[in-house]
Write a protein that binds this ligand. Structure first.
Ligand SMILES: Nc1ncnc2c1ncn2[C@@H]1O[C@H](COP(=O)(O)OP(=O)(O)O)[C@@H](O)[C@H]1O
Ligand SMILES: [Mg+2]
Length: 229
């Protein structure tokens, strides 16, 4: 699955002020890439991830998913793409506090109508990979920041998405856990050609990425538009 931004602008209205979160952003992420999106706080990284995941509409320009403009897709089509093909790891995790770790990771599979036994097996396999088997039946509000981060990662990966969009995925992890998660993601990229786009400050991620795109004040650095090796 490829995602393209074509001259995308995004503004937010804050009272009288117009905030230009993205300006004339043109970028293509091809299937199988591993891209780090770097830039200081407020530069537009989260905005860009939301637009690339079709969670929000641009103010100008177009977002394309697989040679089809998102603004021409029906809500049903978009919901299907988000449910089946895109894994999101949000900065704020967006976990459901009243559900257990198991319940949070299981949820996307429930939405996909995966049968119960298969859900159980896939959730536990995923929890093992992120080192949370022992916490499966705990509520997420009982977990540390790093553990919640791992739940969010497990929930994003359990559906075997074709692309994972991730907002600062290692920000709350200790360096050992961060390395393990990064190794897991890298394996998914290399073995299953899962496309990875990470907004990050983490030098380790930047080092592993095959391409680095930098963004400043809503503008993508145009020297880095072409796909790297
Ligand atoms: N919902 C919103 N309403 C108003 N301004 C916003 C909103 N979301 C982001 N912004 C503004 O847009 C700019 C880019 O924000 P963001 O995409 O979150 O940057 P980053 O993720 O790089 O920190 C910032 O100036 C931010 O304050
Ligand atoms: Mg952000």
């Amino acid at each position: 699955m490829s995602i393209k931004l074509k001259s995308v602008g995004k503004t937010y209205q804050l009272g009288q002020t117009t905030v230009h979160a993205l300006r004339d952003a043109t970028l293509e992420i091809a299937q199988g890439e591993f891209v780090a999106l770097v830039g200081p706080s407020g530069s537009g990284k989260s905005t860009m991830l939301q637009l690339m995941g079709a969670l929000d509409q641009p103010s100008s320009g177009e977002v394309w998913v697989d040679d089809q403009p998102v603004n021409q897709m029906s809500d049903h089509e978009l919901a299907k793409i988000r449910r089946n093909r895109i894994g999101f790891i949000f900065q704020s995790f967006n976990l459901i506090p009243v559900l257990s770790v198991f319940g949070n990771v299981e949820l996307p599979l429930v939405l996909q109508r995966v049968p119960r036994q298969e859900r159980h097996d896939r959730v536990y396999a995923m929890l093992e990979r992120v080192g949370l088997t022992e916490r499966a039946l705990h509520k997420t509000e009982e977990l540390s920041g790093g553990q919640r981060q791992r739940v969010a990662i497990a929930r994003a990966l359990v559906t075997n998405p074709t692309i994972v969009l991730s907002d600062e995925p290692t920000a709350n992890l200790d360096s050992k856990t961060g390395e393990e998660i990064l190794a897991l993601m890298q394996r998914l990229n290399e073995e299953q050609h899962v496309t990875l786009l990470f907004a990050t400050h983490d030098a380790k991620i930047v080092k592993h990425a095959k391409r680095v795109v930098s963004i400043l004040d809503g503008r993508i650095n145009n020297d880095q538009l072409t796909a790297g090796a």
